[in-house]
Design a protein around this ligand. Structure first.
Ligand code: F3S
Length: 285
């Protein structure tokens, strides 16, 4: 019996950094209240554990404004500049765990908009990362997600400079297609591909493993969209694929008599859960 664990399973660099930051702050500020602005990751187990350590999630700008003390941690998605400015004015300490790849987009947007470029973000306007990026521009921003959005993109001044960036998790082929549509409009365009490869690499490795094993286990929170996507990819390559949140969801009998099992996990699945599943699969076969 062979068990193959994907090297890219679980937290990406930015999420790991953000989660580690919360635990560091807990250790550093015993007795001080710790808040995260939004859940640090979409994983019930981690959020429960942080709650046990007294960490509270602040969900809205109003709640944030109402805080009078404590430490606020900004998650890897980042926030609009006005939130950083607001926290600076207040007595609360702010620890910025924005992923450096997202921070780089904030810098590009701030600089290019200051130079007079119109900013286009290829991404989902509802996503907090996009909301954050938008909030670093000094001028109006257009968010483009679909070919229809791209086709209807219009600026009255044809000589207007346009700077295009992307949400880090956007699909590269879709990004390329949307950029092509915008390029045909004749504006003075610079395109910066700011897509992060962590998701793509995780998906490609998962597909390769799923193609070569008898059964595949995908670990992740049921509400995590990247885990659902990972499950679909594995399921297409290996019919015998199981989606579990924790070891408790894994029915060893279901796996049947297999010789090889592959394991991967979504970006918000902590290492201890992955380890636990891996060890149990190894022991039970
Ligand atoms: Fe950062 Fe890429 Fe993860 S942008 S948060 S390392 S998916």
């Amino acid at each position: 019996m062979k068990v193959e664990l994907a090297k890219t399973a679980g937290f990406c660099f930015g999420v790991k950094r953000a989660v580690d930051t919360v635990y560091e702050q807990i250790a550093l500020h015993k007795g001080k209240k710790i808040y995260t602005y939004g859940p640090i990751i979409h994983n019930e187990e981690v959020i429960k554990d942080l709650k046990r350590h007294g960490v509270e999630v602040v969900d809205s700008e109003e709640e944030l404004e109402a805080l009078t003390e404590g430490v606020v941690i900004i998650r890897s998605h980042g926030v609009p500049k006005r939130i950083c400015d607001m926290l600076e004015r207040k007595e609360v300490d702010c620890v910025d765990a924005t992923c450096p790849f997202v921070k780089k987009i904030h810098r590009i947007v701030a600089e290019e908009s200051a130079k007079g470029s119109h900013i286009v973000i290829i991404g989902n306007s509802e996503h907090p990362e996009v909301e954050g990026i938008r909030g670093w521009s000094e001028s109006p921003v257009t968010v483009i997600q679909t070919p229809e959005d791209a086709k209807s993109f219009f600026l009255p001044d044809q000589s207007q400079k346009v700077c295009i960036v992307s949400q880090t998790t956007f699909n590269y082929n879709k990004f390329k297609d949307l950029v092509e549509i915008i390029e045909k409009k004749g504006y003075d365009i610079i395109v910066l591909n700011t897509i992060c490869n962590a998701t793509k690499e995780r998906q490609e490795e998962a597909r390769k493993i799923a193609e070569s094993v008898d059964a595949m286990i995908v670990i992740g929170d049921k509400r995590s969209s990247n885990t659902q996507k990972l499950f679909e990819i594995c399921r297409n390559a290996c019919l015998n694929t199981y989606y579990i949140q924790t070891l408790g969801d894994l029915n060893m009998n279901q796996l049947g008599s297999v010789e090889t099992v592959g394991i991967t996990a979504g970006a918000s699945t902590p290492n201890n859960i992955i380890e636990e599943v891996q060890n149990n699969v190894r022991i039970n076969f």
